[in-house]
Design a protein. Structure first.
Length: 41
């Protein structure tokens, strides 16, 4: 769920390498920036 309480679907690629732009696209879909992502890993 996002901060507004809405359910969101997060794509999870099952291959070792992502196509160029895929990670950025996923990050846009879930409304997270690079700094926030790095803070989670």
């Amino acid at each position: 769920m996002n901060d507004k309480g809405n359910k969101i679907t997060i794509p999870v690629p099952l291959h070792k390498e992502l196509a160029k732009g895929t990670l950025k696209s996923i990050m846009r879909q879930v409304d997270i920036n690079l700094e926030e992502l790095l803070g989670l890993i």
